[in-house]
Design a protein around this ligand. Structure first.
Ligand code: FES
Length: 159
């Protein structure tokens, strides 16, 4: 059976589609992929097909777009997704030490998820806060001027 949005998300999808002229509904692909990720936590091939159906596009085209943007998870992730910026300014500010600290604290490597499914650790490109590095995004919240102590507080504050 094909994957389908929940009634609430389907309503939201229709609101998103209504913002675009019918002949340009393909332009809704990115907001619909965000909605899909919110609904299912990641963009599976079935989720891509669901979005493709809504915009009358081929699933392959939607897959190309989902793959292009690093913010779309193509695999399941933990309840809390930790993305540490590793672009040059944050590298110079010590992001490697930050990754090492998180990795040691959670007992996982980059790209891994804790066994209890709570945390996934990833590296990400610039988060546009280069003057406040090292920087990480936890779920949708940006954290700047990271130190090991600050990270401990942030992680311990997550359920
Ligand atoms: S380099 Fe890390 S936020 Fe820009």
């Amino acid at each position: 059976m094909a994957l389908a949005f929940s009634p609430d998300s389907q309503k939201r999808a229709e609101e998103i589609l209504a913002r675009y002229p019918a002949e340009h509904k393909k332009a809704a692909v990115v907001p619909l992929l965000h909605l899909a990720q919110k609904e299912w936590g990641y963009i599976s091939p079935d989720a891509m097909s669901c979005v493709a159906d809504l915009i009358e596009e081929s699933p392959v085209k939607v897959a190309e777009i989902a793959t292009f943007y690093p913010m779309f998870n193509k695999e399941p992730v933990g309840r809390h997704l930790i993305n540490v910026c590793h672009t040059l300014p944050c590298a110079l500010a010590g992001c490697s030490d930050i990754v090492t600290h998180i990795s040691g604290k959670l007992g996982i490597g980059v790209g891994d998820t804790t066994e209890d499914g709570r945390f996934t650790l990833k590296k990400i490109e610039c988060l546009a806060a280069c003057d406040r590095g090292p920087v990480m995004l936890v779920n949708r919240e940006l954290h700047t001027h990271l130190t090991p102590e600050k990270i401990d507080t942030i992680i311990e504050g997550l359920e």
